[in-house]
Design a protein around this ligand. Structure first.
Ligand SMILES: NC(=O)c1ccc[n+]([C@@H]2O[C@H](COP(=O)([O-])OP(=O)(O)OC[C@H]3O[C@@H](n4cnc5c(N)ncnc54)[C@H](O)[C@@H]3O)[C@@H](O)[C@H]2O)c1
Length: 262
């Protein structure tokens, strides 16, 4: 016996092409590996070309030729993004899924505005905000030509607190999710976002004091463990699969219940 909801939840991405930014390492690389495992082909877009190539080669070794392509682009640069999207369409035939994941998120950007130079704030907004605009607009026609698709933006719980420059940039990503959901609806493109919480990855914990992490996990969160990359990847797969076909313009918090809010 089958049930449509059970079938829809199986992430069958056979024949789909996903363009993933910042996929040379971290979250993006895991998203690419999961989408390839679900049958899709992936475009590993990163400013770090050797990392992109390494990630793509690993996927090709595991899943075969034509299942991954490495492209170098700075998401803040409109022309580089356009060229990367053109290369993806030429090599893999089109784009169905865009994951806007590349972002500047070091502890540096989680300080008061008064402690950061304007130059740093501008550079962060160029990547975290304009990067999403550049990639979404560059992929729009390719996705529309395939009859529509799914865009997933990686925001942050920082965008629900909005208390630092980084948080404000991620609040803007939530805003872009609403704006593009509306703007791209006629092309049958859904646009949603995910706000990851505090992750237990080495990179995320490197700059954070141990007592801050412990308080966050044990007192602020309702689920008392740190986030895992696969928690976020599962949400990406859901937003790319038919199970979420009735959702657009939404941001999912995957953060152990912090912060709560309406
Ligand atoms: N890791 C966390 O704890 C966490 C929590 C909440 C949100 N996020 C968000 O998730 C996303 C990914 O985070 P991560 O921890 O995997 O980061 P990461 O630093 O491990 O990886 C980011 C990747 O993006 C690439 N990149 C950076 N700037 C780029 C640019 N201008 N153009 C193209 N590629 C670029 C880097 O080369 C790198 O490969 C970011 O948007 C971040 O804000 C992360």
């Amino acid at each position: 016996m089958t049930h449509p909801a059970v079938e829809d939840l199986k992430p069958d991405l056979n024949g789909k092409v996903a363009f993933i930014t910042g996929a040379g390492q971290g979250f993006g690389r895991d998203f690419a590996e999961a989408i390839a495992t679900a049958g899709g082909a992936v475009v590993i877009c990163d400013i770090d070309e050797p990392a992109a190539r390494k990630a793509a080669e690993a996927i090709v070794r595991q899943h075969g030729e034509g299942r991954a392509l490495a492209v170098r682009a700075d998401v803040a640069d409109e022309n580089q993004v356009k060229a990367a999207v053109a290369a993806a369409v030429e090599n893999l035939g089109g784009i169905d899924i865009l994951v806007n994941n590349a972002g500047k998120h070091l502890t540096k950007y989680n300080q008061p505005f008064g402690k950061l130079s304007r130059e740093d704030v501008r550079a962060m907004m160029e990547v975290n905000f304009m990067g999403v605009v550049n990639c979404t607009l560059a992929c729009r026609d390719a996705m529309a030509a395939r009859g529509g698709g799914s865009v997933v933006n990686i925001a942050s719980i920082g965008g629900h607190l909005s208390s630092t420059p980084y948080g404000v940039s991620k609040l803007a990503v939530r805003g872009l999710t609403i704006a593009f959901a509306s703007e791209l609806a006629d092309a049958n493109i859904r646009v949603n976002a995910i706000s990851p919480g505090l992750m237990g990855t080495e990179a995320a914990l490197a700059d954070l004091p141990g007592d801050f992490v412990a308080r966050f996990r044990d007192e602020l969160q309702l689920v008392h463990r740190l986030g895992r990359v696969e928690d976020i990847t599962a949400a990406v797969l859901y937003l790319c699969s038919p199970a979420s076909n009735f959702m657009t313009g939404e941001t999912l918090k995957v953060s152990g219940g912090y912060p709560l809010g309406i």
